[in-house]
Design a binder for this molecule. Sequence first.
Ligand code: C5P
Length: 230
Amino acid sequence: MTKNPIYCAIDTSCIDDADRIINEIAPHIGGVKLGLEFFTSCGIKGIEKIAKYKLPLFIDLKLYDIPNTVKKTLENILSYNPTYTTLHVSGGSHMLKECVNLKKELNSNTNLIGVTMLTSFDNESINEIGISGTVNKNVKNLSALAFDCGMDGIVCSPMEIRKVKETFGSKLKIVVPGIRNQTDNADDQKRTLSAKKAIEFGADIIVVGRPITSAASPRNAAEIFHQSIK
Ligand code: C5P
């Protein structure tokens, strides 16, 4: 494996904590994922500060709104030139196509990644919000929609990687959170797997947050994850 596929989710509200952790783990990760918690407290200035590490950036704001709002928001995000950014596939084909067209118009290299089913969902909890069928079936349908609309990839849990890979091969990048080694706490993730297995199954990018950021030594934890997939 040439490129390190580990993106560390820096889910913190404190820019100094983010800075300290990234400084420690930079040699062992392939990129940094900044999400809602970071963005709503550290803002654009925070993103600019983290960009100084020159690590690939994954801006993960999981956009979900009417097509016009998502398109305008995406335009702002693309100006930071992240390697990856996310939209909810359940925003629908109109929203997704507007975003894919915008990416083309701007000649952007950012990978547009569609969130299928959050990894904190299981079969019971999706029924609770009125979605019928299984998580698997919904991931399959939403991946097909993302592909048809011209998205670059999707987010799914480790449990669905093989099915998505089987259907789309390398035509859709697979981004996988919910990564846990055997001794890690699952936290609120319901569909987890080790980094090694996720890569074996066909994940292109794995997202690891708390097992690294909440470890006694984030540097050691990141190094262990990195070694485990070499
Ligand atoms: O701490 P942990 O490893 O569980 O972090 C997982 C990260 O991946 C979080 O930042 C979360 O927002 C993100 N994520 C997820 N499930 C998705 C999409 C993104 O857990 N479907």
